[in-house]
Design a protein around this ligand. Structure first.
Ligand SMILES: Cc1cc2nc3c(=O)[nH]c(=O)nc-3n(C[C@H](O)[C@H](O)[C@H](O)COP(=O)(O)O)c2cc1C
Length: 151
């Protein structure tokens, strides 16, 4: 059974809800083990056990939110040491932009290497049902691809 690790950081709750929506999508794939963790609680051990990684974070001041950056910083060297190559997907929540966080996350991912499994998704404004749907679809697509061995 393939495993999907969903890591999120959220200040106001938007990214937490998006991460849960993504899990709801991924869970539709019955043969997938899903772990949902706050960035503060996730580390190299969880990365090592994951077949896929979904990152959910906000854009703060034009960059990736601090806790998500911290998670990626903490796991970089251990991941390189373990020769990990993990497919990843990215979900960014932003007030009105999100491109800075997205670009930063993709640049960091390229150094791992994390391999892009899907186009990054940026949702803007307040959490809404449309955002939930976008997150669910991303989770489902990623989960399905993982369990089918596409990524
Ligand atoms: C300190 C701070 C800085 C922010 N900077 C940006 C920004 O540069 N660009 C943007 O589009 N939104 C920005 N926002 C809005 C957040 O990205 C947006 O509210 C997001 O949904 C927050 O998700 P979270 O509360 O789950 O962390 C910022 C919010 C905060 C609190």
């Amino acid at each position: 059974m393939k495993s999907l690790l969903i890591v999120y950081h959220s200040q106001s709750g938007s990214c937490a809800r998006l991460a849960c929506a993504a899990r709801r999508g991924a869970i539709r794939e019955a043969s997938l083990q899903i772990t949902l963790l706050r960035a503060w609680d996730a580390g190299a051990r969880q990365m090592a056990g994951a077949d896929g990684l979904l990152l959910v974070a906000a854009e703060n001041s034009g960059t990736l939110s601090g806790a998500m950056k911290d998670f990626l910083d903490r796991t970089l060297y251990p991941s390189i040491k373990r020769d990990l190559v993990i497919p990843y997907a990215l979900l960014i929540s932003a007030g009105n932009d999100g491109r800075g966080a997205c670009a930063q996350a993709e640049r960091i991912a390229a150094g791992y290497p994390l391999v892009r499994a899907a186009e990054p998704v940026i949702v803007r404004g307040e959490y809404s049902s449309a955002q939930a749907q976008a997150a669910t679809e991303l989770g489902e697509a990623f989960g399905t691809g993982l369990s089918m061995g596409i990524f």
